[in-house]
Design a protein around this ligand. Structure first.
Ligand SMILES: [Zn+2]
Length: 142
């Protein structure tokens, strides 16, 4: 079976060769061919449309799966990169804040539980305490 494109090319050849010029029989052949080609195109477009719907659903499913995978694979790494978790030196609650605050001299981070100072910028000269509190905790437990 010829493709629609081949049929069109054949029809164009007949027209350009003058084989369909004039007369009722010529018109009849022309319309037969044209409608035949339109049938083929309609069937082809229907099939394409159905395939596209199927493909769209499939891609959506893949996209959703991929998002879940990315969250699992990269989620933790991103958290480590952008967020810092510090134990509150006052009450021991874990306090999470943006890593950028560590390098901001004027920022003070306080514990949401007790209001204790979890982190202060270098200007407050308490910067070292942020890294010493763990030792203090260990001493308290022992
Ligand atoms: Zn606290």
């Amino acid at each position: 079976m010829k493709t629609a494109k081949e049929k069109i090319a054949y029809l164009r050849g007949l027209l350009e060769g003058g084989n369909l010029s004039g007369k009722d029989s010529g018109d009849r052949v022309l319309w037969d061919h044209l409608l035949d080609i339109l049938d083929d195109l309609a069937v082809a477009i229907n099939a394409l449309s159905a395939n596209q719907d199927e493909l769209g659903e499939y891609v959506e499913a893949i996209d959703s799966d991929l998002m879940e995978l990315e969250e699992e694979v990269y989620g933790d790494a991103d958290d480590d990169e952008d967020w810092v978790e510090v134990e509150c030196p006052e009450c021991g609650e874990p306090v999470t804040f943006e890593e950028g605050f560590l390098y901001d001299d004027d920022v003070q981070v306080t514990c949401p539980e007790c209001g204790g100072v979890v982190h202060q910028g270098e200007n407050f000269q308490d910067y070292d305490e942020l890294f010493d509190y763990e030792d203090e905790d260990d001493e308290d437990e022992e």
